[in-house]
Design a binder for this molecule. Sequence first.
Ligand SMILES: Cc1cc2nc3c(=O)[nH]c(=O)nc-3n(C[C@H](O)[C@H](O)[C@H](O)COP(=O)(O)OP(=O)(O)OC[C@H]3O[C@@H](n4cnc5c(N)ncnc54)[C@H](O)[C@@H]3O)c2cc1C
Length: 566
Amino acid sequence: MSTTMADAPEHISDAPGYATHEVLNQAGALTDYNAYADDVALVEATKVFGADWSDAHLRRTGAVVGSEKVQSLARQANRYLPELKTHDRFGHRVDLVEFHPAYHELMRLIFGSETHSFAWTHQGQPGAHVSRAVMSYLWNQGENGICCPMGMTFASIPALRHDPALLEEWSPHILKAAYDDRPIYAKEKAGVTVGMAMTEKQGGSDLRATITTARPATARRGTGAPYLLTGHKWFFSVPMSDIFLTLAQTEKGLSCFVATGWLPDGSRNRLKIQRLKDKCGNKSNASSEIEFHDLYATMLGDEGRGIRTIIEMAHVTRLDFAVGSSGLMRQALSQAIHHTSNRRAFQRSLVDLPLMRNVVADLAVESEALLWLSMRLAAALDREHAEREEGLLSRICTPMAKYWTCKQAPQFVVEALECHGGNGFIADHLMERLYREAPLNGIWEGTGNVICLDVLRSMRREPETVDAFLAEVRLARGADARLDAFTDALVRRLANISELEPMARRVIEMMAFALQGSLLVRYSTPAISDAFCATRLDGDWGRAFGTLPNGLDTQAIVDRARIRTT
Ligand SMILES: Cc1cc2nc3c(=O)[nH]c(=O)nc-3n(C[C@H](O)[C@H](O)[C@H](O)COP(=O)(O)OP(=O)(O)OC[C@H]3O[C@@H](n4cnc5c(N)ncnc54)[C@H](O)[C@@H]3O)c2cc1C
């Protein structure tokens, strides 16, 4: 005999929410904290590298990033994804991308916080790049999809310097602290975003394989002259960019161009968005495939020297990816500490179980080492024009930091996710988003191998870069015997640079360890530097996180990494 609802005893429908149980032992969200002020190591690094004059600005940004509001916007922007609208309802071709309002709100927040412009509007003030790097570190904990347009807009200024007239024309618009989502000509907007379209189907690492062509639009030639571009780009993120840099072949070779998304008469520049990429992560941000049909663009920099011009942009975005991946890992760590401190198993908080403490402490050591590395290179960017040694250090170590930081991110996030048990693997949890995001910074602006080869190229072309790197590492000489021994072993490996290509990853990893060790010994606490030297330099470490040897002060390490509200 079957039972129907009509047969159900009356008291069932009276039960509040049909409750079967109390919700117990869930950690809840880490929310409404200050991602800057509540992060001890970050505040210290800001001070050490001379950026504490911007403390109030950083506190404001930290409060926004740590707010429930930003977390909720980020969740929505990643759930309701951008959509391509090729035509309007009357059949006109429009090539627009429609975003959820949450994405626009996040863009307003990040551009309003000056994260794209602060270093340039405060140029000459010591620590300006460090301040901006701290903001980028913070926003990469808020939502990564908006950091791509922010980072490219920031990085456009060094490339534009190749043509003072173009710099003067565009920098006032690029530096405005505003976001304007209207599809109109850049000069009519309250604020602009800048993109970069380089990668084509047949080759992204080897840009010399570019087949897009450019022909002069008038009798003028060379930098500042108008050209018409025909071809395609296989990856173009932020297709709603108001301005973008791109590459095309002229009769003198590969050249760099600057184009606007819309023309002064209000029409779309001659580009067609073929489709949006369906990506593994970075979903709130649109990435597209496009075709140029006589795209109207202006040559930037010397004709035939396009890679040299656009590499200025890449140098700065590479720093941003080191900073960005460090920020992403910091968020993963903050979540792991919050969760393991607020969930109990076997009568104790998870973080107090010895093996879990080892995992979290190991992640904390890694996170802090990457933080100091990233911020040291932001400081080098600050001083690169004033001090030759800093320029050399920046050249060799910025790609090195990009390589190593991005390489660490996926395994770091996986371990932090596992600290959450099943909850971490569920969509809607921040950890799931970080997991899908983690590999990306290692791909764009140069994959791991390409970046390593770039470091080797700098070493060969300018051997003084190696001297500048070793001089910086040796500032800690004598403070820790393990660091000294490790540095000596590295020097032996560096003896014959011309034979290093097959071993480039190994050597660059060692360089990252040596510089991180030196920075931690000089600037961090003994608990952190001791753990780093014992494991990464002296080799008492396994092949997964959570393999610190006994005898280290893991309690002090975790307490230092704890967001103060946790
Ligand atoms: C989400 C996303 C958004 C993107 N947005 C943009 C964008 O806005 N603008 C843009 O221009 N590009 C963008 N890209 C493209 C990105 O920059 C390229 O994918 C990247 O540069 C690699 O190029 P490729 O895909 O052609 O790979 P390939 O160049 O084919 O490389 C494949 C592999 O070969 C390796 N390799 C290449 N050369 C060597 C060598 N000499 N020695 C050893 N190994 C080598 C690489 O390390 C890599 O592992 C985006 C990519 C993604 C995933």
